[in-house]
Design a protein around this ligand. Structure first.
Ligand code: ZN
Length: 139
């Protein structure tokens, strides 16, 4: 199967290159494109939510299974089998919402507002997401 069956079930799909797309993640309330989809030359389809959803949750949300994307393998995180499988520009697209989160809190700090515990943990989460993005991105 090609990536088409997956892409046809996603919202706000944008082709970012040959065999590469970003879209809204169907597994969480996604404001920007957090999901990166890649079709490899051998036909396998990789997907990754940069907000942290498991691949299984993304597939469940659109009614597909790992067998639909990658017939030889059942279950597991297929993205982890590829070293740095995602294009750096796509990773940045998927993390752009996180930059806005940081800006929002930085603005509050510059106004002298104290950050709540929730705000501090949300900032820590944004930092984690950028670090994770750097780990899975290739130039
Ligand atoms: Zn997600």
């Amino acid at each position: 199967m090609s990536a088409d069956a997956l892409l046809s079930r996603l919202e706000r799909v944008r082709k970012t290159g040959n065999g590469r797309w970003v879209s809204r993640c169907p597994a969480h309330d996604d404001k920007g494109p957090s999901l990166s989809v890649r079709e490899l030359d051998d036909g396998r389809v990789l997907l990754h939510c940069f907000a942290g959803c498991e691949a299984q949750s993304v597939l469940d949300a659109v009614g597909l299974t790992f067998e639909d994307l990658f017939p030889e393998r059942i279950g597991g995180d297929i993205a982890k089998r590829e070293r740095r499988p995602f294009n750096a520009a796509d990773v940045l697209r998927c993390l752009s919402v996180e930059a806005l989160v940081i800006l929002q809190y930085a603005t509050a700090i510059s106004r002298g507002e104290a950050l709540t515990v929730e705000a501090r943990s949300r900032l820590a989460l944004a930092a984690q997401r950028f670090q994770h993005g750097a780990q899975v991105a290739h130039a």
